[in-house]
Design a protein around this ligand. Structure first.
Ligand SMILES: [Zn+2]
Length: 179
């Protein structure tokens, strides 16, 4: 994976981080976070706001990223563009114990003691990926007012019930066969 472009990276200089609360905001091109999908397309930038809490050696972050995705509605195929929100919170720690795997708890992030920099981008990226809907649907579908809804359900019923025969027809067939 390529490193995001430096000027857009979600990086925080830990040496300059003050005690208490610090707020940061980032605007990033999806390409900088390496998350341009095949099925869904990000339109515009990914906005992230994050608040860091530093208390002596303890460091944590809470925030959210907002982004807009363009995709085809999974039900009526209409092109849709909808905003999504990915919330995240992390606790950072140094001194990772030997032999311990880092990914048991996604919210716990081990910091490299040698590094003075915190790169939030790769952590936040995972949360954004989790929020991308697998089957996005249009608002009309969600609220039940999709004009194509009846038609779509008809087609789906026909497709899923292709092997099922209406019991009345089955009975009729029996009668005909019996003749
Ligand atoms: Zn739809």
């Amino acid at each position: 994976m390529e490193e995001p472009a430096a000027e857009n990276a979600m990086k925080i200089d830990l040496r300059e981080l003050e005690e208490g609360e610090s707020k940061f905001a980032f605007e990033q091109d999806p390409a900088d976070l390496d998350i341009q999908g095949d099925e869904a397309v990000f339109t515009g930038e990914i906005s992230t706001s994050v608040t860091l809490h530093k208390l002596s050696e303890a460091l944590s972050a809470v925030g959210k990223s907002t982004f807009t995705i363009r995709a085809d509605c999974a039900r009526c195929s209409e092109q849709i563009e909808r905003p999504y929100e990915a919330e995240f919170s992390f606790v950072f720690q140094t001194g990772k114990p030997r032999g311990m795997e880092g990914d048991e708890d996604e919210t716990l992030i081990w910091l490299d003691e040698e590094s003075d920099e915190l790169d939030l981008g790769k952590e936040v990226r995972d949360y954004i990926l989790l929020e991308i809907p697998i089957n996005p649907v249009c608002e009309a579908y969600e609220s039940g007012t999709c004009p194509n809804l009846a038609q779509v359900e008809e087609i789906e019923k026909a497709a899923s019930g292709a092997n099922e025969t209406d019991p009345r027809w089955a009975a009729l067939k029996q009668v005909k066969l019996g003749e």
